[in-house]
Design a protein around this ligand. Structure first.
Ligand SMILES: [Zn+2]
Length: 494
């Protein structure tokens, strides 16, 4: 029926109008602006953004805001149009932090324990406990049969062999969580684990992490306060005193919460086709990193050169190429804030897309693109079940052949890869909406989330090739007649 109507409408048009409405031929690959993507620009921008000047650009801090203002200034200098709120380059949003209050108190017997220094409390929990402490060894069934834990705080020694395929950390967390839940079910009001020496090296690190607390968009699931009893992790050195009989565990734990501003920086190069310019290819990335925190080898600034100044300098370079030669569809550039705090900027933008969710035809996300072997790279979103557009994947693979010709790793995109990499960057919120979304990455390395992720360690020719690959994919998508087809039976595995 619709076909018939549109055919009649076409027949009734004057010939000249029909000729005008004929779509322009897709731009050939020889007319792209790949020469505008220059290693010198990319390196200069990365050196600026990953400098100590921006103090690691932590989400929700003044440092992230300063870096974001710098990115907006680059977009203006390039000549991209603002695509944020009210004619600006910015879309501000609130992020919320929940942590154990500094005023919280914890003691066992005569030991006053500084929360998250001398004893780690898992999860922000509000609790008021004043209970006798009972030692149950390693918590075997035989040991537990000898005591009634009801109304008591239970202390026990962590033990057990790590099953194959599990990291020690995951093993420890799962064990402490699950076994504590059993003890709470039996009536325990607190559980204090004495960690073993395997975990001692990371005790301090996790103390910092728990002290920092949790972040989310206001009202998000990560901000739920656990109403249950506290789970406490003591260092291995506590073994000598934690098993003494007749001690009392006192815990007066409160939570506190703060709101901070974060921001997405948004710019566009409008398309040239009157019909297609209302559709956008989103070139996304995140500008934040981990800020200033515990020093490693005398360096406390986590500059995040690979994670993710590489993505930001790549997106700026792609912006220059589109400014030099716009496509038929519009190009949208999104530097998304507070990714490291839980993909907060992309979750916010995908829920409040200023160009309209239906108008975003594809998302190409840049995440850590400048490390590891010079000839290898990874495309996340290529394999089922999280692949949501075979059409877009095919376009990206063809762009690789036309441009950088990387050898593509496929292990990191597999659904059974233990790192779950597809679920850890700004492609995810868009994929959840069904929008064809891919991430371009050169994956993890030993300097990941350490102060050693520095600009001197980036492979700039490789980063330039990754940028070219993203650009050529996007260039093909903005110029083709139909948007990338979405896989019909797409369903994320989690
Ligand atoms: Zn990242």
């Amino acid at each position: 029926m619709k076909y018939t109507l549109s055919l009649l409408a076409a027949l009734s048009l004057p010939l000249a109008a029909q000729a005008q409405r004929k779509p322009a031929p897709a731009a050939s690959t020889t007319t792209d602006a790949r020469a505008a993507i220059r290693e010198a620009d990319i390196k200069r921008d990365l050196y600026a953004l990953a400098a100590d000047h921006y103090r690691g650009r932590e989400g929700g801090t003044l440092d992230e805001l300063r870096a974001s203002a710098w990115l907006a200034e680059q977009a203006r200098a390039i000549g991209a149009q603002p695509a944020g709120d009210d004619g600006t380059y910015f879309q501000f949003f609130e992020i919320q932090r929940l942590r154990l209050a500094k005023s919280s108190q914890l003691s066992i017997g005569s030991h006053q324990l500084r929360v998250n220094h001398d004893a780690i409390v898992f999860a922000p929990v509000a609790a008021n406990v004043n209970a006798p402490l009972v030692w149950v060894g390693t918590g075997t069934a035989a040991e537990l049969a000898k005591v009634d834990v009801k109304g008591k705080a239970v202390a026990l020694q962590f033990s057990g062999e790590v099953p194959p395929g599990l990291s020690f950390r995951r093993f420890q967390m799962a064990t402490m969580r699950d076994r504590s839940a059993e003890l709470f079910k039996a009536g325990a009001v607190a559980v204090a684990w004495v960690g073993d020496t395997r975990a001692q090296a990371v005790f301090e690190h996790w103390g910092h992490t728990y002290e920092r607390g949790r972040y989310d968009l206001p009202g998000g699931p990560n901000l739920k306060v656990a109403a249950s009893a506290p789970i406490i992790w003591l260092p291995a050195s506590a073994l000598s005193w934690a098993q003494q009989p007749g001690q009392q565990l006192l815990a007066n734990l409160q939570v506190e919460t703060f709101k901070y501003p974060s921001v997405n920086v948004l710019a566009t190069i409008p398309g040239t086709d009157a019909q297609l310019k209302s559709q956008y290819v989103l070139f996304g990335t995140h500008q934040d990193h981990d800020g200033v925190r515990e020093a490693v080898a005398g360096d406390s600034i986590y500059n995040g050169a690979d994670d993710n100044a590489t993505g930001c300098s790549a997106v700026l370079a792609i912006m220059r190429a589109f400014k030099q030669k716009p496509g038929r569809r519009s190009a949208l550039f999104a530097f998304q804030g507070a990714e490291e705090r839980g993909l907060l900027g992309s979750r916010y933008y995908s829920a409040h897309p200023l160009v309209g969710e239906k108008n975003i035809v594809a998302v190409l996300n840049a995440e850590m693109m400048g490390r590891n072997a010079p000839d290898s790279a990874s495309l996340l979103g290529r394999q089922r079940p999280h692949r949501n557009s075979l059409d877009l994947v095919t376009t990206a693979l063809a762009a690789n052949q036309r441009g950088p010709q990387f050898k593509l790793d496929t292990l990191w995109d597999r659904a059974d890869h233990p790192e779950g990499w597809f679920f850890r960057s700004d492609n995810l919120p868009y994929a959840r909406l069904g929008i064809p979304a891919l991430s371009y990455t050169t994956v993890l390395h030993p300097d990941y989330h350490t102060p050693r992720d520095e600009r001197e360690r980036i492979n700039y020719p490789k980063l330039t090739k990754m940028t070219l690959w993203m650009y050529l994919t996007g260039w093909a998508v903005v110029n083709r007649q139909d948007p990338p087809a979405r896989d019909k039976d797409f369903k994320l595995e989690r």
